[in-house]
Ligand binder design. Structure first.
Ligand code: GLA
Ligand code: ZN
Length: 662
C-alpha cells in the first residue's frame, strides 16, 4: 500500500487556479510567491469540476496540466483532488437523482456543495469517469504526490435509492426480520416490522424512537460513504498504484465513524480550525492536540494537516486574527503530534462568493508585504529545520478511548439527563493527561489496547461484542483501566445489559451500579479523597464496591459517604471506576498519582498550566499556550529552530515554542 511519503515536511495549501484562469499575471505571481514562502505542496482542483468538465462528456484538462507543469518546474508538488465535493449545474439539471434528499423526503435544489447522493449510480458513474480520466492524464505527472478524494465527506441522503441500499444493509446485518425485531426491541410502542419494505431511515416526520434503527442508520451512512470513497479510489488505484489516497477529515466530526472510513484511505488528512484567541486558549490547544492525536491514530501513521488558516477563518461567530507567534506555534503543534505537512485553506483569497474574506497566504492586496505572508514564510523556514521528524511517530504510553458509535448511542440516549456531555468529558480526561506531559493516543474501542500502560475509557456506555473481553484481558495482563460514570450499559444494538451495570465490565471493575442520579447544570456534588474534597457534576452513579477497594466517597445528597472512586486489583493489573464527572483538579491529581504509580514520567516536570509537551522522534516540543511568559526547567539539548543550546531553567515567551533535540 502506498502512503504519505514525502521527501520533505510539506508546506502549502488549497490552490484554486481554476478561479483565476482569466488572470494569467496572477498565476505567474502565484509561483513566485510560493517560492518566496517556501511552499512545496499544493492541493489542486478540489472544487474544479465545472472547469474540468464544462459540459457533459467534454473534459478540459489543459489548464490543469499547464498549472501542474509550472508547479513542477518550480519545485512544488501537488495533491490532486477529485472534484466530487461539488458538481456542475448542468449535471443537477439533467440528472436530478444526483441531488440529496432530506430526512423529510424533499429533494434539494442545486447549490452549495457536499450535497450529492452517495448511492446514485448516475453520480457514481460521473465520478468514476472523471477520476479515471484524471488518473489517466495525471496519475504519473511528476508533480502529483497523492490523491485528495473529494472534500470533507459528510451528511446523508434519504432518497429511495438510499432507502433500498439501507434495507439491503439491514438484511445483510440481521439476516431475518425476527432477528432485527429482537435486536431493536420493536415490541416497544408496537413498532414490530412485518416486511422489509416497512423499514425507512429515521426521520422527524416518522420514526426516531427506535434506538437500534437510529444506530443502524448511522452505521449505514458511514458504510455508504466508505463505499463511495472506495468507488472513487478504484480507478485512481488502478491507474496510478503508487500514489496514496486520502480524504480530508473534520474536527470531532460526529456523523461518520472515522475509524471505519480510515480503512479506505492510505493516510489521514485533517482540516484544523481551532478558535485561537478565543475565551480559553488552553482549552483550544487541548482540543487541537486531541484531534491531531486522533488523526495520527486513525492509520497509526503520520498524517497531513491538509487545511488550517494562516490568519483567520470567516465562519466562526467571531473570527480572530492569529496573534504574533501563534501561526508558528499552532502549525508546529500539529507537527509535534504527527503531521508531516502544514497546509492552508487557502493559498489565495477568492475574489467573490462566500469565502472571499477567509484567511489566505495571499491577500486581495496580492503581494508578499503582509504580516500573514511573513508568518507563513517563518513556518516554511521552520519546517526545513524540522525535517528530522519526517515519517516518525510520537510514541504514547497512554491511550484515551473516544468511540464514535458510543457517542452516537450516548447522544441518542434519553436520561438520566438530556445532554450527557460525552465529548466534553473525554476532552476533560485528555486535558488532565496532557497537563501531565505525556504523549497520548486517541483510539476507539475496536483498537488493540495491549501496548499501553494506561487506558482511559470515559463513559464507555456501549460495549460492542468482544470489547469487554478485550478490556478484561488487558487488565489481567497488567494494564490499568479507568472507567467513569454511565459505563457498560448497552450492547451494540443499544439493548441494556441485564443482570447489573456495568454489564460485562462488572467483574473487572469490581463494582455494581444500582442507580444513576442526573445533576442540573451548575449543580454539584463532591468527592472526598486523600484528605481533599473535589467537585463533581452531571452524573452520579450510586455504586456498590463488590471486589473493588474504595478510594473516594461522595460528600453530599442522600448518597454522601457512598463510594465514588474505586480501584479493583484484577490479574496483574487494576481497573479504576470514577462514578461521576469530576472537576479538573480531581482529574489532574488522579492521573498524576496513577501515572506516577505506573512509573510513567512526564516529558517535562512541573509543566505550567497552558504549556504542552510532546515528543516525536528525537524532538521534544514544548509549547506555550498560556498567554503569558512561563518559566520551566527543560532537558538539555539543541534547539532545532535556533541551533542554540538549551536546557535548565528556561523562559518561554507568549506563544513561544522550543523544539529540543534530546
Ligand atoms: C473546510 C473546507 C474548505 C473551506 C474551509 C474554510 O475545511 O474543506 O473548502 O471551506 O473549510 O475554513
Ligand atoms: Zn440518496
Amino acid at each position: 500500500m502506498p502512503t504519505l511519503n514525502l521527501p520533505f515536511l510539506g508546506h502549502g495549501g488549497d490552490y484554486n487556479p481554476d478561479q483565476w484562469r482569466e488572470y494569467p499575471e496572477i498565476l505567474n505571481e502565484d509561483i513566485r510567491l510560493m517560492q518566496l514562502a517556501s511552499c512545496n505542496l499544493m492541493s489542486l482542483g478540489i472544487f474544479a469540476w465545472s472547469a474540468l468538465e464544462p459540459e457533459e462528456g467534454r473534459y478540459d484538462f489543459d489548464w490543469l496540466e499547464d498549472v501542474l507543469d509550472r508547479l513542477h518546474a518550480a519545485g512544488v508538488s501537488a495533491f490532486l483532488a477529485t472534484p466530487s465535493g461539488a458538481r456542475p449545474a448542468w449535471m443537477s439539471e439533467k440528472y436530478p437523482e444526483v441531488l440529496r434528499v432530506r430526512p423529510d423526503g424533499g429533494r434539494n435544489l442545486h447549490g452549495g456543495r457536499h450535497n450529492h447522493c452517495y448511492t446514485s449510480p448516475t453520480y457514481r458513474g460521473f465520478v468514476n469517469h472523471m477520476n479515471a480520466a484524471l488518473a489517466q492524464r495525471f496519475g504519473h505527472h511528476p508533480a502529483v504526490v497523492g490523491w485528495h478524494i473529494s472534500n470533507e465527506f459528510g451528511g446523508e441522503c434519504h432518497c429511495e435509492l438510499c432507502q433500498a441500499a439501507f434495507r439491503d444493509y439491514l438484511k445483510e446485518e440481521y439476516g431475518t426480520l425476527d432477528a432485527l425485531n429482537r435486536a431493536w426491541w420493536t415490541g416497544f410502542w408496537s413498532h414490530t416490522y412485518t416486511d422489509w419494505s416497512q423499514l425507512h431511515s429515521p426521520t422527524p416526520i416518522g420514526e426516531t424512537s427506535v434506538h437500534g434503527l437510529n444506530l443502524a442508520w448511522q452505521r449505514f451512512v458511514t458504510r455508504q460513504t466508505a463505499d463511495f470513497i472506495r468507488a472513487e479510489a478504484a480507478p485512481l488505484r488502478e491507474l496510478s498504484p503508487d500514489l496514496p489516497v486520502t480524504t480530508n477529515l473534520m474536527e470531532l466530526y460526529g456523523q461518520l465513524n472515522y475509524f471505519e472510513l480510515a480503512k479506505e484511505i492510505d493516510f489521514a488528512s485533517y482540516d484544523s480550525y481551532p478558535r485561537w484567541g478565543g475565551p480559553d486558549e488552553e482549552w483550544t490547544a487541548v482540543g487541537a492536540a486531541f484531534n491531531y492525536d486522533l488523526m495520527r491514530c486513525l492509520k497509526q501513521r503520520p498524517f497531513a494537516l491538509m487545511e488550517s488558516t494562516p490568519s483567520q477563518v470567516n465562519w466562526q461567530e467571531v473570527c480572530k486574527l492569529k496573534k504574533p507567534g501563534m501561526h508558528l506555534l499552532s502549525s508546529l503543534q500539529a507537527v509535534a503530534h504527527g503531521a508531516d505537512t502544514v497546509q492552508y485553506f487557502q493559498w489565495r483569497k477568492s475574489r467573490g462568493c462566500s469565502e472571499k474574506f477567509h484567511g489566505a497566504v495571499v491577500d486581495h492586496a496580492g503581494h508578499e508585504h503582509t504580516r500573514t505572508f511573513r508568518d507563513v514564510q517563518a513556518v516554511g523556514e521552520a519546517l526545513k529545520k524540522l525535517s528530522g521528524v519526517l515519517g516518525t511517530m510520537p510514541e504514547a504510553p497512554v491511550a484515551l478511548i473516544c468511540d464514535t458509535e458510543n457517542r452516537w448511542a450516548l447522544e441518542d440516549c434519553q436520561g438520566p439527563r438530556r445532554d450527557l456531555q460525552y465529548i466534553e468529558t473525554v476532552l476533560e480526561h485528555y486535558r488532565a493527561l496532557s497537563r501531565r506531559g505525556v504523549n497520548i493516543d486517541v483510539i476507539d474501542e475496536t483498537r488493540d489496547f495491549s501496548g499501553y500502560r494506561l487506558v482511559a475509557a470515559p463513559m464507555l456506555y456501549m460495549l460492542r461484542p468482544g470489547v469487554a473481553e478485550r478490556l478484561d484481558e488487558y487488565v489481567k495482563n497488567g494494564g490499568t483501566l479507568v472507567c467513569t460514570a454511565f459505563t457498560g450499559r448497552v450492547d451494540r444494538d443499544d439493548l441494556c445489559f441485564l443482570g447489573g451495570f456495568p454489564g460485562p465490565l462488572r467483574e473487572v471493575l469490581g463494582v455494581w451500579c444500582e442507580e444513576t442520579d442526573g445533576l442540573y447544570d451548575g449543580e454539584a456534588n463532591g468527592i472526598a479523597m486523600n484528605g481533599r474534597t473535589y467537585a463533581c457534576s452531571t452524573l452520579c452513579d450510586l455504586i456498590h464496591a463488590e471486589t473493588a477497594q474504595v478510594l473516594g466517597a461522595y460528600t453530599a445528597d442522600f448518597y454522601a459517604g457512598r463510594p465514588c472512586v474505586t480501584r479493583n486489583a484484577f490479574g496483574k493489573g487494576a481497573a479504576c471506576y470514577v462514578a461521576t464527572r469530576p472537576d479538573a483538579a480531581f482529574l489532574d491529581d488522579f492521573y498524576r498519582d496513577l501515572l506516577d504509580g505506573l512509573g510513567v514520567r512526564p516529558l517535562v516536570d512541573n509543566l505550567p498550566a497552558g504549556v504542552q509537551a510532546t515528543r516525536r522522534g528525537d524532538a521534544l516540543f514544548v509549547m506555550n499556550f498560556a498567554r503569558r511568559p512561563v518559566a520551566l526547567s527543560l532537558p538539555a539539548g539543541i534547539d532545532a529552530l535556533t541551533g542554540e543550546k538549551v536546557g535548565g531553567r528556561t523562559e518561554i515567551e507568549v506563544n513561544g515554542i522550543r523544539v529540543i533535540r534530546v
